[in-house]
Design a protein. Structure first.
Length: 175
C-alpha cells in the first residue's frame, strides 16, 4: 500500500499555494503582501473594531481609519444573501420574458396609418414598449444599489406595471 495514498484524501488541490495564509494573524499583518493593482489587504479584526488604533499607540505616520458604518449608510453596495440573488435572477428572467412578450405583441400589430409622422410615433412607441422592461430593470438595479428592500419593491411594482398586455390579452388580430 502506498503511504501517501491515505494522505491524498486529506489534501486539497492547491494546498501548496504560497499565497495561502497559514499561521497567526500577527505574522500575516507584518509580512508585506504583493497584490494586483486595485486590490487591498483587509484590516485585522481587532483594528476593524477600534481596539488597536495605531495613532493612539504613537505611530506618527499612521492615520486613523474610519470605523465601519452600518450597511447602507456608506453608499457602498450591500452584500446580498443567496435568497436575494436567486430572487433577482427570477425577476430578471421575468423582465426578459416581458421584453420578448412585448416584442411578439408589437410585431402582431398592423399599422393602418398613412401619415408619416403618426407612423413614426407609432413605431417609436412600439419600440419603447419593447425596451421598457429592460430599461426599468437596469435603472432600478442601478439606483438602488444600497437599498435592497427598495430594489425588491420597485422590481415587484415593475412586474405588475410592465406586463405585456398586448401579448397576454391579445391584439385583436385573428390568426
Amino acid at each position: 500500500m502506498n503511504p501517501t495514498q491515505g494522505d491524498d484524501a486529506l489534501n486539497w488541490a492547491g494546498d501548496d499555494d504560497p499565497t495561502l495564509q497559514v499561521g497567526d494573524d500577527n505574522r500575516a499583518a507584518t509580512d508585506p503582501v504583493e497584490l494586483a493593482e486595485g486590490w487591498t489587504v483587509a484590516e485585522p479584526s481587532s483594528r476593524a473594531h477600534g481596539a488597536g488604533d495605531s495613532a493612539a499607540v504613537g505611530d506618527a505616520d499612521a492615520t486613523p481609519t474610519p470605523t465601519p458604518t452600518p450597511a447602507g449608510d456608506s453608499g457602498q453596495p450591500v452584500a446580498q444573501s443567496s435568497a436575494a440573488l436567486i430572487g433577482l435572477g427570477i425577476l430578471g428572467g421575468i423582465y426578459l420574458l416581458y421584453t420578448i412578450g412585448w416584442f411578439i405583441g408589437v410585431s402582431r400589430l398592423n399599422q393602418p396609418i398613412s401619415d408619416p409622422v403618426s407612423e413614426f410615433m407609432f413605431s417609436l412607441g412600439s419600440w419603447l414598449a419593447v425596451a421598457a422592461p429592460l430599461v426599468w430593470f437596469g435603472v432600478i438595479f442601478w439606483l438602488t444599489t444600497s437599498r435592497p428592500r427598495a430594489r425588491l419593491l420597485w422590481l415587484l411594482a415593475g412586474v405588475v406595471l410592465l406586463a405585456p398586455l398586448s401579448f397576454i390579452v391579445g391584439t385583436g388580430v385573428s390568426a
